[in-house]
Design a protein around this ligand. Structure first.
Ligand code: HEM
Length: 416
C-alpha cells in the first residue's frame, strides 16, 4: 500500500482511468495521469475540503438529513415496506449537490428534469467497460456519432454544470455560504491565475460523480450489518441513547461515541464502495514487495475487498463483522485504520472527500439509530449489487418503526 498508494509514491495511474475524462472538458482529477497537472488540480480543490470549511457546512447537511427523517416518518408509522436505496441515494445527492453547486440534487429526476443521477450512473458503466478498450470514449463520442445525433450521456450533464458555474460567476454571492464552485472560482494558482471556466466545471462535476454514491453505499452497508447483528445494534442504541439530547446528534457528539465509530469503520471494512483494483504503473527501478521483484511498467493494483479482509492484518475473523476489533486498544485501532483501503491509501491520489464522507456517515448512522427501529424484509437477500467501479446496491427492502423510547427521554425517565 505504501509503495503504490503512500505519501511518497511515484506510481502513476494507468490509461484505464482516461475513460472518465469528458472529451470536451479540462483535465479531470480522477482521470489525469500527469502528476504535474494533478498537483495543480488538487491545490485548487484543497480549500473546499478543509475540515473547518466542511464543519461550517454541517447545518446545511443537517437540513437534508432532517428532510430524510421527515420522509421516513410516514412509512415508519404505517409499517410500509420501503426501498432504502431510494432514500439513501436522495440524501447523499442532496448533500453533495448543495455543497458543490449550491442546490440539492437528490430528487432523482434531478435539477429541472435533467436526470443527473442516471446520467452519472451511465457514465460509470460506460467508462468502467470502455477503460479496457483501445480508443475508449472515442467509440461513443466522435464526429460520426455526433453527426448521426448520438449524444455522449455526459454532454447534457456537462452543459447543465457549465450553466450553474456561469450563474455563480454572474451572481452577487455575498452573504451566501460558499459552495465548492465558489471556492474553485476564487482560487488563484501560485502565479496568481484563476481557474478557467472549464476547470471549475470539471472540478465541481467530478466531486458529484465521486461523492454521492460512495457514501450512500456505505450507509446501506452499515444498515445491513446492523440488521444482521442485533447485539451490535442494541449496544449501539445504548451508547447513543446515553447521550442526553432530544436533538439529532451533531458530528462533534458522534466523535465521543467509540462504538459508533467502530460500527462505521467496520461497515467500511466489510463493504468497500470501490472494491476493484486501483490500477497503477510500477515506477522506474521497479518495486521489491515482500521479496518479489516487480519490474518497472507492470500494471498492478490492490483491491480494498482483498486488503480489508487480510487475515494477517485483521485477524482470523477478518470475514466477520465485529466492531469490537476496533475497541479497547488505541494503537491497534490506529494500525487497523491505517490498513483500511477504502479511500485509496494516503498518497497523492487518495480520496480528498474522506472527511466529508465520514461526517455524513457518522451523522447518518447515529441519527437513524436515534430515530428508528429498522429491519430488512429478507435478511438472506438484503439487496442486489451491480459493480461498475462502485459496488452499487439496489432494491433494499426495509421496514421501519418509530423508536419506542424517543430521543432525550433517557434523563427524564431517570428523574421521574
Ligand atoms: C465512503 C465514501 C467514499 C469512498 C469509499 C471513496 C473512495 C475513493 C477511492 C478509493 C478513491 C481513489 C480512486 C482511485 O485511485 O482509483 C477516491 C478518489 C476520489 N474521491 Fe472519494 N470516496 C468517498 C467519498 C468521496 C466524497 C464525499 C468525495 C467528494 C466530495 C470524493 C471525491 C473523490 C475524488 C475527487 C477522487 C479523485 C482523487 C484523485 O485522483 O486525486 N470521494 N475516492
Amino acid at each position: 500500500m505504501k509503495a503504490l498508494y503512500g505519501h511518497s509514491t511515484t506510481a502513476i495511474k494507468t490509461k484505464w482511468y482516461s475513460a472518465f475524462q469528458s472529451p470536451q472538458g479540462a483535465p479531470n482529477i480522477l482521470a489525469t495521469q500527469d502528476p504535474k497537472i494533478h498537483v495543480a488540480i488538487r491545490r485548487r480543490f484543497a480549500p473546499a475540503f478543509k475540515m473547518t470549511v466542511l464543519l461550517r457546512q454541517e447545518d446545511s447537511m443537517q437540513t437534508y438529513l432532517d428532510k430524510l427523517w421527515k420522509s421516513l416518518e410516514k412509512p415508519a408509522s404505517d409499517g410500509r415496506i420501503i426501498d432504502m436505496c431510494h432514500y439513501t441515494e436522495t440524501v447523499t445527492w442532496d448533500i453533495i449537490g448543495q455543497l458543490s453547486f449550491g442546490e440539492p440534487l437528490g430528487e432523482i429526476a434531478g435539477p429541472k428534469g435533467l436526470d443527473l443521477v442516471s446520467i452519472l450512473n451511465k457514465l460509470l458503466v460506460m467508462s468502467t467497460i470502455l477503460g479496457h478498450v483501445w480508443g475508449q470514449i472515442a467509440w461513443v463520442d466522435n464526429p460520426v456519432t455526433r453527426f448521426i445525433g448520438i449524444k455522449n450521456p455526459l454532454q447534457e450533464a456537462f452543459e447543465w454544470a457549465s450553466l450553474k458555474v456561469r450563474q455563480h460567476e454572474e451572481a452577487d454571492r455575498s452573504g451566501i455560504e460558499s459552495d465548492m464552485v465558489d471556492y474553485l472560482l476564487s482560487y488563484k494558482d501560485p502565479q496568481g491565475n484563476p481557474a478557467t471556466h472549464l476547470e471549475v466545471v470539471e472540478g465541481a462535476f467530478a466531486v458529484n460523480g465521486a461523492g454521492a454514491d460512495t457514501v450512500g453505499i456505505t450507509m446501506r452497508a452499515a444498515l445491513y450489518h446492523l440488521t444482521s447483528h442485533p447485539k451490535v445494534l442494541q449496544k449501539l442504541r445504548e451508547e447513543i441513547d446515553a447521550v442526553d439530547t432530544a436533538e439529532p446528534l451533531s458530528y462533534k457528539q458522534t466523535q465521543q461515541l467509540p462504538y459508533l465509530k467502530a460500527v462505521v469503520r467496520e461497515s467500511l471494512r466489510m463493504y468497500p464502495s470501490v472494491p476493484g483494483q486501483l490500477y497503477r504503473i510500477v515506477p522506474l527501478g521497479g518495486l521489491l514487495i515482500n521479496g518479489h521483484f516487480i519490474p518497472s511498467g507492470t500494471v498492478v493494483g490492490i483491491s480494498s475487498l482483498a486488503q480489508n479482509r487480510d487475515t494477517a492484518i485483521f485477524g482470523q475473523d477478518a470475514d466477520i463483522f465485529n466492531p469490537d476489533r476496533w475497541i479497547g486498544d488505541e494503537s491497534k485501532a490506529r494500525y487497523l485504520e491505517a490498513a483500511l483501503f477504502n479511500f485509496g491509501g494516503t498518497g497523492p491520489r487518495s480520496c480528498p472527500g474522506r472527511d466529508l464522507a465520514m461526517i455524513e456517515l457518522y451523522k447518518f448512522v447515529a441519527q437513524m439509530v436515534q430515530k428508528f427501529d429498522f429491519e430488512l424484509v429478507d435478511q438472506a437477500h438484503p439487496f442486489s449489487v451491480k459493480t461498475y467501479f462502485f459496488a452499487i446496491q439496489s432494491d433494499m427492502q426495509m421496514r421501519l418503526a418509530h423508536r419506542k423510547r424517543s430521543v432525550g427521554t433517557h434523563k427524564q425517565s431517570a428523574e421521574t
